[in-house]
Design a protein around this ligand. Structure first.
Ligand code: 4NP
Length: 150
């Protein structure tokens, strides 16, 4: 089973989601992340994302940014996006119905979620990154539980 996390820049939300979900799953699962833009290709995650994950014993410092490519639809079983704009951008790249079915808003996996989108923390401060971590951690708890059961 291969899961891809997608956000706009692949330096804040999706690398955090990758690290969080990987920490909850056995090694037999593949978890990766990608960005819709190429603004941060080959860059480390944002310092604040690294710091908040580190506080929670998750090391995302070795991850590097990459851009989403169309063949990711073939490579991955589930593609989680962070917000509605990401959803439209990825659906637009889909070549067939089966591709579109793989794309889900990550917070839609949480029955207790108050919001369906994970807001972009890039122009915010460390508190925004902490809120993003908590939101993603909540969703990933449900995702991991579901994936391990099946
Ligand atoms: P992310 O945040 O999509 O959560 O990685 C962003 C990071 C950088 C930019 C936008 C969003 N940017 O425009 O550079």
């Amino acid at each position: 089973m291969k899961i891809l996390m997608v956000c706009l820049g692949n330096v804040c939300r999706s690398p955090m989601a990758e690290g969080i979900l990987r920490s909850k799953l056995p090694d037999s699962f593949t978890v990766d992340s990608a960005g819709i833009t190429d603004y941060h290709v080959n860059e480390k995650p944002d310092k604040r994302a690294i710091e908040v994950c580190k506080k929670n014993n998750i090391d995302i410092s070795k991850l590097r940014g990459r851009k989403f490519i169309t063949s990711d639809f073939d490579e991955f079983d589930i593609i989680y996006v962070m917000d509605h704009a990401n959803y439209s951008d990825i659906i637009f790249k889909a070549k067939k119905e089966a591709d579109k079915k793989k794309v889900k808003l990550i917070m839609s996996e949480s029955p207790t979620a108050v919001k369906q989108s994970v807001p972009d923390p890039f122009y915010g401060d460390i508190e925004n990154f902490e809120k993003v971590f908590n939101q993603l951690n909540e969703a990933c708890n449900y995702i991991a539980e579901k994936l391990i059961k099946h």
